[in-house]
Structure formats: structure tokens, C-alpha cells
Ligand binder design. Structure first.
Ligand code: CO8
Length: 260
């Protein structure tokens, strides 16, 4: 499928999905969001794809937010529709069985930070900047940012970022636990790819179950989360990958997982 605002390249099971509107710092219009939804569904269903990396085109931005010029002309119904589309995209990333890594190459602001937060984890370039500047525009984060950021770094730091609308550096974002690792700009995609390849070599049914356990367990009481984890653990014993992984260990060879 052809997209006007996205580039997708799949090499050896790793798909790189690039938001491609560098002239607008990759800002998210309604059309970009609809394309992202479509593209992510496609990647989830594509048997060739094992891990997805999301990044932004150009040197300057990952995604500098929702498109302010488009939003400025919206009425309340259109803004609601826009927020719902954005939230569907963010939730889809969380619900996908495949891991999704954000490679933040520059500004990740507003909806751009929300997109990164929706991914399973974030790698960043030293040049990246993070912020939720919505209050400087008279609105609040609308793609799950208040929820995801507060859960990730705690309510106090989240409120400081959201109330001030300030940007923080990649290093600070690392210290605060928003970013897993920070790399020189030229190494960002290489490192994201190395990690994606390391994940892709594992039993992908197990990786999907781990993603499910972490995401859903966080919304449960701890005891329910433990029970949920045990049930997912048990179900994996019906998979070919579990048989292969444990047999390979016994036979002192590398497992050849099929994702079944
Ligand atoms: N929307 C539209 N266009 C943008 C955006 C954006 N978010 N960000 C940058 N651009 C455009 C600029 O207008 C400019 O275009 P042009 O050359 O045609 O004027 C081009 O990108 C380059 O940008 P700048 O010249 O401004 O570049 P600078 O290096 O001077 O500044 C900044 C970079 C600091 C990133 C600056 O562009 C900026 O502040 N951008 C806006 C950041 C922002 O406020 N983002 C949050 C938007 S709100 C949001 O994301 C809400 C999400 C939830 C929505 C809920 C549903 C309703």
C-alpha cells in the first residue's frame, strides 16, 4: 500500500516506519494519523515483520506534535474525531503483538511525544528534545500523554512537564526514565535495529505474551497481575517455540523459533 506521509522499509523482519513530512517537522495531520493506523495494522498482520521501529524523516524532528495549522481550523466535533483517531493509533501500538521501538531523532513534542510514549520503549539521539507544550496552545495532551507519561515517570515529573510546557534534553529524558538509551545521531537507527534484531531472534510468541503481561498487568491489582502472568506462562507451553527453545537448550544448540 502507498502512503503520502509515511515511508515503510522492511529488511530481515525489521520494519522501519518513518513519518515523512519533514517540511512540517513531521507534524501529525488527520491524514497522517489515518495512514499510521492503516500502516500499523498492515505491519501487525504481515508475517514477514517481526519488530517495528518508528522514527521521523529529516534531521530535526521525530514528530513536532499534532499539526497546529490543521487543528486551528477545527470545530469541537472535528477535534473530537481527531483525538479519537490519534488515541486509536496510540492504543493500537500497545495492543500489537509485535514490539514497537521509538527511535526519536529530534523534536518529540505534544502528539509526537505521545506517539513515542505509546511505543514499547524509546531510544533517542543526543539531539532529541522532549516536551508536552499543549498548555502553551490552550489545550492539553489528547493522545494519552497525561496517562502514559504519569504512569511512566510518576505524576509529579509528568505534571511539571505538562504544566510548564517546557522541553527537556534527551539526557534528562533518560534520567527521568522516558528514554532507555541515548546515542549519537548517526548511531540511533543502527542501535535501534541491533536491538530489534536481538528481539527478533527470540520466541516471538513469548515476546508478545511478555508485552501483554506488562501492559495489562499494570492496569491490574498486583495479585491479579501475577495470576495473569501465570496463565500466559502456562499457555506458552502449548507453543512450538517453547518446545524448540527448551529442546535446543538441552541439545546445546541455538533455538530456531518459528513464532508458533
Ligand atoms: N504543527 C504544524 N506545523 C508545525 C508544527 C506543528 N506541530 N511544528 C512545526 N511546524 C512547522 C512550522 O510551522 C514550520 O513551517 P513553515 O516553515 O511553513 O512556517 C516548520 O514546521 C519548521 O518549524 P519552525 O520554523 O518553527 O522550526 P524551529 O526550529 O524554529 O522550531 C519547534 C522548532 C520548536 C519544534 C517549533 O516548530 C514548535 O514549537 N513547533 C510546535 C510544537 C508544539 O507545540 N507541538 C504540540 C502541538 S499540540 C499537540 O501535539 C496536541 C496533541 C493532542 C491532540 C489531541 C486531539 C485534539
Amino acid at each position: 500500500m502507498e502512503f503520502s506521509n509515511l515511508l515503510i522499509e522492511t529488511v530481515d523482519g525489521i520494519a522501519t516506519l518513518t513519518v515523512n513530512r519533514p517540511q512540517s517537522l513531521n507534524a501529525l495531520t488527520g491524514e497522517v494519523l489515518r495512514e499510521l493506523e492503516c500502516a500499523l495494522y498492515g505491519l501487525e498482520l504481515d508475517p514477514e515483520v517481526k519488530v517495528v521501529i518508528v522514527t521521523g524523516a529529516g534531521e530535526k524532528a521525530f514528530v513536532a506534535g499534532a499539526d497546529i495549522k490543521e487543528m486551528a481550523a477545527m470545530d469541537a466535533c472535528q477535534a473530537h474525531e481527531f483525538a479519537c483517531t490519534g488515541q486509536r493509533v496510540m492504543q493500537l501500538i500497545g495492543q500489537m503483538k509485535k514490539p514497537v521501538i521509538a527511535a526519536v531523532n529530534g523534536f518529540a513534542l505534544g502528539g509526537g511525544l505521545e506517539l513515542a510514549l505509546a511505543c514499547d520503549f524509546i531510544y533517542a539521539s543526543e539531539k532529541a528534545k522532549f516536551g508536552l507544550p499543549e498548555v502553551t496552545l490552550g489545550v492539553i495532551p489528547g493522545f494519552g500523554g497525561t496517562q502514559n507519561l504519569a504512569r511512566l515517570i510518576g505524576p509529579n515529573r509528568a505534571k511539571e512537564l505538562i504544566f510548564t510546557g517546557r522541553m527537556i534534553s534527551a539526557v534528562k529524558a533518560g534520567e527521568w526514565g522516558i528514554v532507555n538509551e541515548v546515542f549519537p545521531p548517526e548511531e540511533l537507527l543502527v542501535k535501534a535495529r541491533e536491538t530489534a534484531e536481538a528481539i527478533a531472534r527470540n520466541g516471538l510468541k513469548a515476546v508478545a505474551s511478555a508485552k501483554d503481561a506488562v501492559a495489562n498487568g499494570l492496569n491490574m491489582a498486583k495479585g491479579d497481575g501475577f495470576r495473569y502472568e501465570a496463565s500466559l506462562f502456562g499457555v506458552l507451553f502449548a507453543s512450538e517455540d517453547q518446545k524448540e527453545g527448551m529442546a535446543a537448550f538441552g541439545e546445546r544448540r541455538k533455538a530456531e523459533f518459528k513464532g508458533r
